[in-house]
Design a protein around this ligand. Structure first.
Ligand SMILES: [Zn+2]
Length: 323
C-alpha cells in the first residue's frame, strides 16, 4: 500500500484500487473532492465522492459539472473548513483505515460545525494538511476576533472594503458586516458561491451586487482576497475614503498587512492552527501520519518528537506503508 503526493494525494489500497484525493486531473479508480476551493477541485467535467454542496459549488464555480458518487469504502465527515467541506475516511479491504483531512478546522464558527476527531473511529493512517503547522501559528479565540472586527466596523465612519476568499471568508464577512448594520455589497463571483450555500444550508446572505455605484459611509464591500492590490481598488479608496481590512490566518504575521496594503487586518481563519492540528492528531492517535501543504516538514518534525511516525509528503515521492 502506498500514499503519495502527485496531482493530489493518491492512496493505493491492498487490492490495487487507487483513491485520488483533490487532484486537478484525477486518474485512478475513485476520485475524492474534499471541498470546492480552486486548488482542490478537478479541472473540467468530473465525478467524485464529495458532499452534495461541494458538487453544487464545484459546478457553480467552474465551467463544467462536478458529479457526485458514493463509494462503500469511503465515509465523509464534516471538515469544518468551508461550507460543504468533508474529511474522507477510506477503509482498505484489509481493514486499514485512512483519514485524509483536506483542509480542516476544529472550531465551530457561525453556521459551520468544526471537525470532531472523536467521530472518526479508529484511524491507522492520517494524511493531514499542515497549512499552519508551525508553533508560531496560534490564533486567538474565534469569538474574540469576531468581536474585534465588529467593534472596528462599528467605530469606522467610512465605507469599508473587506477582503477574504470567495468561498468561506467572504460569507463570514457578509454576515459580519450585516450584523454591524452595514449595507452589504459584493461581486458576482461571491454571489455565485452564496447561492448553493443558501440552498443547502440554513443560512442567508443579505448582499447586493456591486456595480460601481457610490460607496456610502455605512456600506461594506466584500471582495476576493486576490483583488486587494488591484489598481481599481486604489482608485476606489482614494475616491471614497474607504478603509481596507484583510481577514486571514496569515494576519498573525505583520507582512500580511503590508503585502495586501490593508489599513487593518484580523486573524480570522478557516484552518486549524498549530495547537489544533496537534490536538487533532492526539485525538485520532494514528499509527502513521503524513503531512502536506504549508508547514508540512515542521509539523512532521514536531509530531515525530511527540512520538508519532510522521513524514512530510514530497511531490512525486512514493511513501511505502507497512500495513
Ligand atoms: Zn481550502
Amino acid at each position: 500500500m502506498t500514499v503519495r503526493l502527485r496531482d493530489g494525494v493518491e492512496i493505493t489500497l491492498s487490492d490495487g484500487t487507487r483513491v485520488v484525493c483533490d487532484a486537478d486531473d484525477p486518474g485512478g479508480d475513485v476520485a475524492v473532492v474534499t471541498h470546492a476551493h480552486g486548488d482542490h477541485l478537478p479541472e473540467g467535467e468530473a465525478t467524485a465522492v464529495c458532499s452534495p454542496l461541494t458538487a453544487a459549488l464545484g459546478t457553480a464555480r467552474r465551467d463544467a459539472p462536478l458529479g457526485r458518487v458514493t463509494d462503500d469504502r469511503i465515509d465523509l465527515l464534516p471538515a469544518g473548513h468551508v461550507a460543504g467541506s468533508r474529511v474522507a475516511l477510506v477503509t482498505d479491504p484489509d481493514g486499514t483505515r485512512y483519514c485524509y483531512t483536506g483542509d480542516v478546522c476544529l472550531r465551530a464558527r457561525d453556521y459551520l460545525d468544526g471537525f470532531d476527531p472523536d467521530t472518526a473511529g479508529d484511524v491507522d493512517v492520517l494524511v493531514t494538511e499542515a497549512t499552519y503547522g508551525d508553533p508560531g501559528y496560534a490564533f486567538p479565540p474565534h469569538d474574540e476576533v469576531v468581536a474585534d472586527a465588529l467593534a472596528w466596523l462599528d467605530e469606522t465612519d467610512a465605507p469599508v472594503l473587506l477582503f477574504g476568499y470567495a468561498l468561506g471568508r467572504a460569507q463570514t464577512l457578509q454576515r459580519l458586516a450585516a450584523r454591524a448594520g452595514r449595507r452589504v455589497l459584493t461581486t458576482d463571483a461571491v454571489l455565485r458561491v452564496n447561492d448553493p450555500i443558501t440552498t443547502h444550508l440554513d443560512v442567508a446572505f443579505d448582499a447586493d451586487e456591486y456595480d460601481s455605484h457610490d460607496l456610502g459611509p455605512t456600506d461594506a464591500l466584500v471582495l476576493p482576497l486576490t483583488s486587494a492590490r488591484a489598481g481599481w481598488i486604489d482608485r476606489l479608496r482614494d475616491a471614497t475614503g474607504a478603509l481596507a481590512a484583510g481577514f486571514s490566518g496569515w494576519a498573525v504575521d505583520d507582512s500580511f498587512r503590508f503585502r495586501g496594503n490593508y489599513d487593518v487586518t484580523f486573524p480570522l481563519s478557516d484552518h486549524a492552527d498549530f495547537p489544533a492540528l496537534v490536538s487533532m492528531v492526539d485525538a485520532l492517535d494514528p499509527d502513521r501520519v503524513y503531512t502536506q501543504h504549508g508547514e508540512a516538514a515542521t509539523l512532521a518534525t514536531r509530531l515525530t518528537r511527540r512520538g508519532y511516525d510522521a513524514t512530510a509528503l514530497r511531490d512525486g515521492q512514493s511513501t511505502l506503508g507497512e500495513f
